[in-house]
Design a protein around this ligand. Structure first.
Ligand SMILES: C[S@@+](CC[C@H](N)C(=O)[O-])C[C@H]1O[C@@H](n2cnc3c(N)ncnc32)[C@H](O)[C@@H]1O
Length: 196
């Protein structure tokens, strides 16, 4: 009788232990992923701008004044989860590149672009100060004012005449004279500049 009960008791005990170990492993995995995610968010902030995505429902209004055309090149500096470039590629048939220092966000952007078969949307892990801007017809930024101030010199040097720079959130103070539009919206307005 005792010999018959023991294996059943033993099996249940083993099963409980296995479930417990699995739960611990899952929790550990979750904690590690959260730590990596948080560390990369802090890294983004340290590099000049925290990760705050542009609201999806206003992308259309943001891009409309830029009048993008099929075949134009859009460069997004600090591309986050890649939503802006993806939208422009789908809606306006532009091609372009999004760069971000956060590898997790770039990995995600690539994954979604691949899933949606958007071959014209390229994403790279790159510092905005290393990106070649010479072929851009449009540049989209949503960056902190201090980072924008540093970026102005590079944009002025590399962008060709006629390029439209869209700055969501904060104005490019030095470019007041070439600003041609502002989309007023709280909490973040959007400013538009055309290179002369
Ligand atoms: C406010 S978020 C904007 C994200 C995206 N453009 C959007 O509108 O949804 C700023 C992004 O810039 C990235 N970033 C910050 N400093 C950077 C740098 N020096 N070079 C490249 N990317 C940077 C951050 O990782 C973050 O994803």
């Amino acid at each position: 009788m005792g010999a018959k009960i023991f294996p059943l008791y033993y099996t249940r005990w083993m099963l409980a232990l296995l479930i417990y170990l699995l739960a611990v492993l899952l929790l550990l995995f979750f904690l590690i992923m959260m730590s990596i995610y948080t560390a990369l968010l802090i890294y983004s902030s340290l590099k000049g701008s925290p990760y705050v995505p542009t609201k999806s429902k206003i992308i259309e209004e943001i891009f409309a004044p830029a009048k993008m055309k099929k075949g134009d090149c859009l460069i997004e500096l600090g591309s986050g989860d890649g939503r802006m470039l993806r939208y422009a590629v789908k809606k306006y048939k532009v091609s372009g590149v999004g760069v971000d220092v956060n590898p997790l966000l770039v990995f995600w952007s690539k994954l979604v672009a691949k899933a949606e078969n958007l071959v014209d949307a390229e994403y790279k892990v790159e510092n905005i100060f290393d990106t070649d801007l010479s072929r851009a017809d449009h540049v989209y930024i949503f960056l902190m004012p201090e980072l924008i101030d540093k970026l102005v010199v590079k944009m002025k040097r590399e962008l060709k005449k006629g390029t439209v720079v869209i700055s969501h959130g904060f104005p490019i103070k030095a470019w007041k004279k070439i600003q041609f539009h502002v989309y007023e919206r709280r909490p973040f307005p959007t400013y538009y500049y055309r290179i002369k």
